[in-house]
Design a protein around this ligand. Sequence first.
Ligand code: ATP
Ligand code: MG
Length: 186
Amino acid sequence: MSAGAEAPGAAEAAEKRGLVIVYTGHGKGKTTAALGMVFRALGRGMRVAVVQFIKGKWKTGERLFAETLPGLTFLVMGRGFTWESDDLSRDKAAARAAFDEAAALIAGGEHDIVVLDEITYAIHYGFIAEGELLSALRGRPAHVHVVITGRNAPDALVELADLVTEMKSVKHPFAQGMKAQIGVDF
Ligand code: ATP
Ligand code: MG
C-alpha cells in the first residue's frame, strides 16, 4: 500500500470528538469488537484503558496479552479478591471499585479510549446505578471515546450513545452443545 492510501491524517483525526459506542445484543462479538478497536487504536499510538466488569479469577486471552503491552491499561474487576463464595455484597463492592476506577479513567482524560467491558451486567444486577454511568459519560472530556459492551444495554444509554450495534445471534456452536473454546471465546 502506498503512503497516500493512509488516511485520515492526524490533523483530521484531531477534529473528531469522543464517541460513546455501545455493543449490545445476544450474539457473540461484543467484547471482540471492543478489543478490535483497542488493537486498532494502539496501532495509532493512542492511549487506551480497558476495565472488565467480570470476575477477575477468570483468565482470558485478552488479559494475558494485555500484560505484555505496556501502552495498555487493563483492569479486571475483583482481581485480588477471592471468589470462593457467591457473596453478592462482595460482588457489589468489586463492581463499585471497578466503576470508581473506570469513572476516574474517563474523567482523567489521559486515555483516548476507555472500554467498559460487560458493565451492563453490573447495572442489570443493581451494583451500579444507571445514572452514575450516564453522568460519567456526559461529563467526560470531549476527546474521550468510551466503548461499552454487554447484553441488555439500558434504553437511556442507547439514547445517549453516538453509535450502537446490536449483535444478533444467527448461529452459535453452544446450541450444538459445544463449550467455549480457548482463543475463540476466552
Ligand atoms: P465475545 O467475548 O466472544 O466477543 P460477547 O462479548 O459478545 O462475546 P458475552 O455476552 O460477553 O458475549 O458472552 C461471552 C461468552 O458467551 C463467550 O464465550 C461467547 O462465545 C458466548 N456467547 C456469545 N453469544 C452467544 C450466543 N448467542 N449463544 C451462546 N453463547 C454465546
Ligand atoms: Mg463480552
